[in-house]
Design a protein around this ligand. Structure first.
Ligand SMILES: [Zn+2]
Length: 387
């Protein structure tokens, strides 16, 4: 089956094969068998089995959200309210979600995850990474990555989110469990392994053990670092060749130099700064230094419970010094780079047919109209999703 999307007023392709022309006007494209088969002038569009009339609106690549924590139960609205009155964020609240998640049935977690996936699709996200990390036992972590794998191939084992409460007095034994039995149970359902480096979570040395064990088990590496302080996690991520270091809010000059010289992507999470009322990372400085950046949601019940990539884009422009096109690129091709995917995040020929028809004539409206629903249609692998 083929689908022609025509009458596109403004088409943002971000095609790496055509870097001089990221945006086209009066365009059309054809998706055949799930992939972009043709992109060009609206008047020359070839015939297809079905047609989606963009009615002169803007079309952009589907958002690639390379960082989320959407397998959980419970909520922490009280913690958010306390933060807004000045109580600082700490990693300790994670254990409240761990207790609620362990107590939930498979069906309950599956239903909540499905609602979250529907929510992100309606906001234009077509690729999403989902982490475990609210189980912290072998069985509960395995359940989380197994459920995540039902909705996305981009699954991440995050047993090293915080130390499980049962191991509060013996963190070394917990790290050993994560690197051994827990990893063995989770690796078959995971593409990635991740670790939270933070004063309330894991040290750089503990993280090194976890990441090396994950690599030996065949998983790709991701790291949470630099959320609340420059903590040495960026250097570790670069040293081990991690695909991405996430947060990267607090960086030293050496961190920036190391990222600029490495393939590791700096994934910025501005919704976390928004929801914890913390200073934003200096994305302008990172881009000027030659660092590849991504923007992701970090949707989770604690430090940020928004899954909105359009809002993240608006914040990246408003608070982080990016141009609207740089912010959109970070949320699409940037996220794809953070997941080491060449087939998503852009609309070049051969890419997956994942795109968004905006309820807007211009992609800049994503930042110009913050908080307003701007997704007219989400197209996933050439299929127009119900909206
Ligand atoms: Zn996170």
């Amino acid at each position: 089956m083929s689908l022609a999307v025509d009458n596109i007023g403004q088409l943002v392709t971000l095609d790496p094969a055509d870097p001089e022309r990221p945006v086209r006007v009066d365009a059309a494209l054809v998706i055949d068998d799930g992939r972009i088969a043709w992109v060009g002038d609206a008047r020359r569009a070839p015939a297809a089995d079905s047609r989606l009339d963009a009615r002169g609106r803007a079309v952009v690549p589907g958002f690639v959200d390379s960082h989320s924590h959407l397998v959980f139960a419970g909520d922490r609205a009280d913690e958010w309210e306390a933060r807004m009155t000045g109580v600082p964020y700490t990693a300790g609240g994670i254990l409240r979600t761990v207790a609620a998640t362990r107590a939930a049935s498979d069906d309950e977690l599956r239903a909540r995850l499905a609602r979250h996936v529907a929510e992100v699709r309606a906001q234009g996200t077509t690729t999403i990474e989902v982490k475990s990390g609210y189980g912290l036992t072998v069985a509960d972590e395995q359940r989380a990555v197994r459920l995540a794998a039902e909705v996305t191939p981009e699954t991440t084992f995050l047993g090293a989110h915080v130390v499980a409460p049962e191991y509060a007095d013996d963190r070394d034994a917990y790290v050993e469990l994560v690197c051994g039995e827990m990893l063995a149970a989770c690796a078959p359902h995971s593409r990635w392994i991740d670790v939270f480096i933070d004063a309330g979570a894991f040290t750089v040395d503990e993280a090194r053990r976890v990441l090396k064990a994950g690599r030996a088990a065949g998983l790709g590496l991701r790291v949470h670092a630099g959320q609340r302080a420059a903590d040495g996690g960026v250097a570790l991520a670069v040293e081990l060749g991690a695909a991405s270091v996430d947060h990267a809010t607090h960086l030293t000059g050496d961190d920036v130099d190391a990222l600029a010289a490495a393939s590791t992507v700096a994934t910025l999470l501005p919704l976390v700064e928004f929801s914890t009322r913390q200073p934003y990372p200096d994305a302008r400085h990172l881009i000027n230094a030659g660092v590849t950046i991504a923007i992701a949601s970090d949707a989770n019940p604690g430090s940020n419970y928004s899954s909105s990539m359009p809002l993240a884009i608006a914040l990246a422009v408003r608070e982080m010094g990016l141009t609207p096109l740089e912010a959109l690129a970070a949320a699409t091709v940037g996220g794809a780079a953070a997941l080491q995917r060449g087939d998503v995040g852009h609309l070049g020929v051969g890419a997956r047919g994942d795109l968004v028809v905006l309820q807007a004539p211009d992609f800049r409206w994503l930042g110009y109209r913050p908080g307003v629903p701007l997704v007219a249609h989400t197209v996933l692998g050439g299929e127009v999703l119900a909206s």
